[in-house]
Design a protein around this ligand. Structure first.
Ligand code: NAD
Length: 272
């Protein structure tokens, strides 16, 4: 027996990367996993693979920016299984660009819609249900960019700071009501997100020089251990922890260092 055995867990962004590995790990630990994603093909393939291994899983095509659809899913799971134990608000997107090159709809609106309103919608749908049943745990995937600013990821930084704030504010409100809320803050993890959209930077060169990133299976082990221990903030890599400590020790120094990194990236990777 473990904390996930026999429990229901919804995972958004479950078709790829961290969400896929989370779904697999939860299923292997005996949870009934509901995989939700906007990418139908990948979603079906991931769910089929988990089921073929003999575990309990089902899939739902979902756009996390659509509150009514998120509500429908959460209500449906509670009615069919009689309980909702875990909601992993994990779906996310990113664009690597300087904010001066953003278009409003794509790089501001869309990123904030998916990365911030996705978790907001999940919490709006699941938190009252969990309060009503007197238990449940919401786990919102933020990022190290939710704890400190990361240049080249301006809208992502906005959204992920919001996700950390959302998680911690809700955690305090849920404390006496039996509902737990955690924020996950990974550093660089080896997932398809690595090959996200880039504007005015040489993507090939960026990828060649990018650090390896943590394997996704290790990331998921750390996340689930943090969930079992009910940590408020689950920081996933040592590098992320060091960066956050540096930022807290001296914000001005860290911001100066960030400006130096921007200058280096412009010189080495920018294409105008
Ligand atoms: N990979 C990293 O280095 C890293 C670091 C820090 C935080 N994160 C966060 O981890 C989470 C997972 O990222 P990943 O690296 O596994 O990326 P990924 O691209 O491999 O997976 C993201 C998944 O989210 C889904 N998705 C996108 N928009 C959606 C929407 N509107 N509705 C439903 N699903 C949607 C995609 O189809 C995809 O399956 C994200 O929130 C990301 O911001 C990733």
């Amino acid at each position: 027996m473990n904390a996930f055995s026999g429990k229901t867990a919804i995972v958004t962004g479950a078709a790829s990367g961290i969400g896929k590995a989370l779904s697999e790990a939860l299923a292997k630990r005996g949870a009934i996993v509901i995989l939700a994603d906007i990418n139908k093909e990948l979603l079906n393939a991931t769910t089929a693979q988990i089921k073929a291994e003999g575990y309990m899983a089902e899939s739902i095509l979902l756009d996390v920016t659509k509150l009514n659809d998120v509500k429908k899913l959460v209500d449906d799971i509670r009615i069919r299984y009689g309980r909702l134990d875990y909601l992993f608000n994990n779906a996310g997107i990113v664009v690597i660009a300087e904010a001066r090159d953003y278009t409003y709809n794509e790089e501001w609106r869309n990123i904030i819609d998916v990365d911030l309103y996705g978790p907001v919608n999940g919490c709006a749908a699941a938190f009252p249900i969990m309060v009503d049943q007197g238990f449940g745990h919401i786990i919102n995937t933020a990022s190290i960019a939710g704890l400190m600013p990361v240049s080249g990821l301006c809208s992502y930084t906005v959204a992920k700071h919001g996700v950390v704030g959302l998680s911690l504010a809700l955690r305090m409100e849920g404390a006496d009501l039996g509902v737990k809320v955690s924020a996950v803050c990974p550093g660089l993890i080896r997932t398809p997100m690595y090959q996200s959209r880039v504007i005015k930077f040489d993507q090939k060169k960026l990828l060649e020089q990018a650090p390896q990133g943590m394997p996704v299976e290790k990331c998921v082990r750390i996340i689930l251990r943090g969930v079992e221990r009910n940590k408020p903030i689950i920081i996933v890599s040592v590098m992320a922890r060091i960066m956050w400590m540096l930022y807290r020790f001296s914000p001005p120094m860290t911001l100066k260092l960030g400006a130096i990194i921007v200058r280096r990236y412009r010189t080495e990777f920018r294409i105008d």
